[in-house]
Design a protein around this ligand. Structure first.
Ligand code: SF4
Ligand code: SF4
Length: 231
């Protein structure tokens, strides 16, 4: 049986900064949170979030019979201008190495199973599922060492993997202060530094966020202690 440590080693060999595995399942608590957030109108103009909700919440509807989601992280520093290309080319390289080691039937023969910002996949949530970090009060995925300036990419497998995370971790914004999970603790720097008051204790209001319109604001990430060494 494949194991998550071996897959992580191959992912590091092809140049990813970290990787982990999660058992494929429906993300029930995320579905509830997203439904409430979208239905409250906080997603602003992101009408695509209205569509494909079922696919977004259950990756097994996107890749039939999926058993495992391998999540790989590439830091902004390594990904260059075209991060889709950088992440995807490494995912294809990882796929080749895994096919050489374990056989190509671990991948779906027809359906797309490599993703990077290209399909209704809750990528940051899968990164949490795979045990790679948590969602901070800035509503970004945060890796405890790499910080939040990382791009996730996913490779979906048709087989189970030993060591893949399967329990639902504490990951919803409402739970981010849980002492059981590394997280924000008493820090509120992102909320305090946001020039638009777009961040609340448990909500991000996309209608107020500058990055949502222009992609040109990372103030909340610049002020995050997990990113201290990056700025
Ligand atoms: S990206 Fe800018 S505007 Fe948006 S939440 Fe962060 S600090 Fe606020
Ligand atoms: S700035 Fe503080 S509160 Fe905000 S995401 Fe980072 S650690 Fe969490």
């Amino acid at each position: 049986m494949l194991d998550s440590d071996s897959i992580r080693r191959l992912a590091l060999e092809v140049g990813f900064d970290d990787a982990g595995c999660a058992a494929a399942r429906r993300l029930d608590s995320d579905a509830r949170f997203m439904d409430e957030w979208v239905d409250a109108g906080l997603a602003g103009e992101m009408s695509y979030l209205e569509r494909n909700r079922d696919l977004r919440y259950d990756i097994r509807l996107l890749v039939p019979e999926a058993k495992t989601v391998v999540v790989c992280l590439l830091s902004y520093a390594k990904s260059g201008r075209d991060y889709h290309r950088a992440v995807k080319s490494k995912l294809y390289e990882l796929k080749q190495r895994m096919a050489d080691a374990y056989g190509s039937d671990i991948f779906h023969p027809e359906k797309q199973h490599i993703f990077c910002d290209s399909a209704p996949v809750l990528e940051r949530r899968w990164a949490v599922e795979a045990g790679l970090g948590f969602i901070g009060r800035n509503h970004q995925f945060i890796h405890p060492i790499l910080g939040s300036l990382v791009h996730p990419g996913e490779l979906v497998l048709q087989v189970s993997v030993a060591g893949a995370r399967s329990a639902e971790p504490v990951s919803s914004p409402a739970d981010i202060t849980s002492p059981a999970y590394p997280g924000c603790g008493d820090c509120h720097r992102c909320i305090e530094s946001c020039p638009r008051q777009a961040l609340g204790q448990s909500e991000w209001d996309a209608r107020r966020c500058i990055a949502y319109d222009t992609h040109k604001c990372i103030i909340c990430q610049q002020n995050c202690p997990y990113n201290e060494k990056l700025f």
